[in-house]
Design a protein around this ligand. Structure first.
Ligand code: SD4
Length: 331
């Protein structure tokens, strides 16, 4: 039997803890209901992906979705379009290198059954997302990194390719003149590509792939290959992905947070907004920082929200592929 003294202490602690949690829950709920962001929905199939390069990627995904294909195949095919584009300097082998001049790639993928695959700090491979899918389908693991991921890719038929591109190498040599590390907000409107799809059967999948932040420390891994941070899919609820400064996303396990907020009854747009507000509460100065979330519910509702102005996404729904601007926190 617990002593009365112990009981009093326990219940006082419980009340204090609950009070604290309750306070936070209320802080989060105060912003619901919203006057904005707006509520948007479409009939499946639907695919949405981050930034301008999402338009071309969505076309790749749509070919599969419009033929009744699986969301998982669509997101892989979609982001491969961006990975293969040498002009995109934030994804794939066209990406800008780290401060040692090495292009190191991060990617992940997740299917409707909650299975996931991921690679990080992978060099010389054109399609990290397909290696991530192979990790999911052919290994007992979720994540392979660095030389292990490279060896796995080569053993499975991927070709070792040259990187950086001459353009990225030139940019890096220019950067070395000052060697000042300063992640840029909304880099030329090309950044990580995160893609979410809902297929005609009502199944969700997502993928995320990036060369990470330009001139990062050698060995740095961002949010994009981390299941729960850069991407999360739960077929019972919805899917979410993130772009922007990965360190901010990792600290709140951003994409998982968005999906869990949707599970609690928030719309995708509300969930993205609450996740951005969670980040905002933890960072006094967000002036030069950007994070954007995209979310898609299993009912076809979708939404987005970002820290700063300038985050947009490509939406292919109801037979049309178009850009949408995200609503944002810092007005
Ligand atoms: C990272 N989140 O490596 C990625 C990069 C990115 O917008 O999305 N930039 O932190």
């Amino acid at each position: 039997m617990p002593s009365r003294r112990k009981f009093l202490w326990t219940s006082a602690l419980g009340t204090a803890l609950l009070g604290g949690v309750d306070h936070l829950v209320r802080a989060e709920n105060r912003s619901v209901p919203f006057s904005s962001p707006r509520k948007s929905a479409a009939r499946p199939p639907i695919v949405l992906s981050t930034w301008d390069h999402g338009l071309a990627a969505n076309e790749g995904a749509w070919k599969i979705l419009s033929a009744g294909g699986r969301a998982l195949d669509a997101v892989e095919a979609g982001v491969r379009v961006t990975e293969a584009d040498p002009k995109v300097n934030t994804v794939g082998l066209g990406g800008l290198p780290d401060r040692d001049g090495k292009v190191t790639l991060d990617a992940c993928i997740m299917d409707e059954n909650g299975r996931a695959g991921s690679v990080a700090f992978l060099q010389h491979i054109r399609h990290p997302v397909s290696v991530a899918r192979m990790v999911m389908e052919k290994t007992p693991h979720v994540m392979l990194v660095g030389s292990g991921a490279l060896r796995f890719a080569l053993d499975n038929g991927f070709k070792k390719e040259k990187s950086p591109t001459p353009e990225s190498e030139r940019a890096w040599k220019e950067w070395l003149k000052t060697a000042r590390y300063q992640p840029v907000v909304n880099v030329e409107n090309h950044d990580t590509i995160g893609m979410l799809a809902l297929d005609a059967k009502g199944n969700l999948a997502g993928a995320c792939t990036t060369s990470g932040l330009a001139y990062k420390m050698h060995g740095r891994v961002g949010d994009s290959p981390l299941i729960g941070a850069g991407l999360y899919v739960d077929n019972e609820v919805g899917a979410a992905c993130a772009t922007g400064l990965g360190e901010l996303v990792i600290r709140v396990v951003g994409s998982h947070l968005v999906v869990e907020l949707m599970r609690q009854g928030n719309s995708p747009a509300q969930a993205c907004r609450l996740a951005v507000e969670r980040i905002a509460r933890k960072h006094a100065d967000l002036k030069d920082l950007q994070v954007g979330f995209l979310a898609l519910g299993r009912n076809g509702e979708y939404g987005s929200y970002s820290v700063q102005r300038g985050f947009n996404y490509a939406l292919y729904a109801d037979g049309k592929n178009r850009m949408e601007n995200a609503e944002f926190h810092l007005k």
